[in-house]
Design a protein around this ligand. Sequence first.
Ligand code: SOE
Length: 402
Amino acid sequence: MSTHNRLLRVGMVGYAFMGAAHSQAWRTVNRVYDLPARVRMSLICGRDSGKVAEAADRLGWEGHTTDWRRLVESDDVDVVDICTPGDSHCEIAIAALAAGKHVLCEKPLANTVEEARVMAVAAARARADGVRAMCGFNYRRVPAVTMMRQLIADGRLGVIRHVRAAYLQDWIVDPQFPLVWRLQKDRAGSGALGDIGAHIIDLTQYVTGQRITGVSALTETFVKERPLPAGSSGLAAQADGNGRAMGTVTVDDAAVFVARLDGGALATYEASRFATGRKNALRVEINGSLGTVVFDLERLNELEFYDATRPAAEQGFTRILVTEGEHPYMSAWWPPGHIIGYEHSFTHQMRDFVEAIATGTDPAPSFADALQVQLVLDAVTRSAGLDSRWTEVEPTLAELAA
Ligand code: SOE
């Protein structure tokens, strides 16, 4: 447990998949790491009073509410954790920052560049008052990913020539899967591109230290009409041949694009929810003049490393088991070889956020970092709408000011 008595009272908005993952992390972070502050899971918010009461009990929150504004303005909340669909990220984050609350916001930061820009400006302004804001690109906090970044930073790959990233799922291959919020542009902003494409954009920029400067893209919506979810309201419906109410899918099912990075690397990206058999398959390969490193989320405790400087007779990909205590985060868990999982990346995320708040330092990725990801998402969308025309990524405010 924390050896310090500073208390950070958390209020979380949302209680679905990300709400559950974040709750697990808030529950464990002080039990695994000795931090300069102790977390209290004060208040959880959801629109349905019965469901949020059940979630509070199941996930370990002291109180619950159906009014996110009450949560944001509560004197019993110091940190606001936003785990809602993207259409509410901006409104909640701006209100929370204005109320002097530290903010953790799930990815992607927003549904539009305009919203992301407003959030980044508000976060920069709040920072002057010691308020911290971070975006939840949790895969940065997988130890194998931090090692990938370190290998590249140490020059072990030499000059980076290629980035090859794919994030593949298949949960909506069945055309009978209903028109949930992730398939509605006004709720989610985009489909596979913003939901899982944002992860590989952030992760590859993070590990290479390079930024995407331009793209040429294709997007596709394979299934254009889906059954309306039970109890849905406000969605335009048309009946299918069997009289069932159907709605139009307004987001991409898949996005593929090529890109240039500012360090000279050429990159290929693929984000799809129609990769049948791939459940949550994120794979990144980085080729350099001196070697290659590969990360595969399905084997998240490992890295494949090819060191081209080794004697020819010893060349080959080695498998590095990233569980030694000297790796970031790992010494707090188990002895070497006792592997960790997907959910540990969220505990690591909360560790770093609590540490940043308590020590008055800036957590990463910042809202400005997340704005840059949003600008890449926007460039991909624009390119896809212009017959894949080469499309520059707009600079961020900071880059403009530089
Ligand atoms: C999509 O299904 C999703 O839940 C993403 O939204 C998460 O960010 C990713 O970690 C797992 O897949």
